[in-house]
Design a binder for this molecule. Sequence first.
Ligand code: IYR
Length: 204
Amino acid sequence: MIAKSKEIFQHLNKRRSLRFFSDKTFPAEVIENLVMSASTAPSGANKQPWTFCVVSSPELKRQIRFAAEVEERISYESRMSEDWKQDLKPFATDWQKPFLEIAPYLIIVFKRAYEFEVGGKKHQNYCVNESVGLACGFLLTAIHKLGLVALTHTPSPMDFLTKIINRPANERPFLLIPVGYPADDATVPDIQRKKKEDVLVWYK
Ligand code: IYR
């Protein structure tokens, strides 16, 4: 069990967020299996308050990239604090998001704040952020296990996604996750994970 748990850690420790994608694609059925893996996550009162929208249409990807870049440009130029921009220096990010057009699939995860009952009355969901966060964790793990890469992208604000793909009023965008293969010349930032003594506290 110790050896197996070490293997799991070593495997998950190899996962990296990727910003440089290849346009190489893979079967849609793979994405469907990944989404259904995510949808096995625990959720408040088992309400499964998530919708995974998968965009492969080049035209929609183009529109999403354009709208994201409009918002990101404003964010980098005026909305983000100096501290924030300083903290992002190791990632060398800017407002340009070509990966939104290059990656074969964009999974747009929506959280469902409430459901519409018959008759139109609203029924609240519970622990929605926790639940959808867990489902996204499952999704990233499944993507990594398969040898594919992803980016948990949060253009801000994200409401343009609701409009472009025409989502209902009970859904709000949660994460935009391009999925695919890394570009041949992909690089990742030189960053470290925290050590055990900085993240784990025992009470024996
Ligand atoms: N949304 C911007 C900025 C950004 C914010 C965080 I928090 C990051 O971890 C990385 C980037 C962008 O995607 O460039």
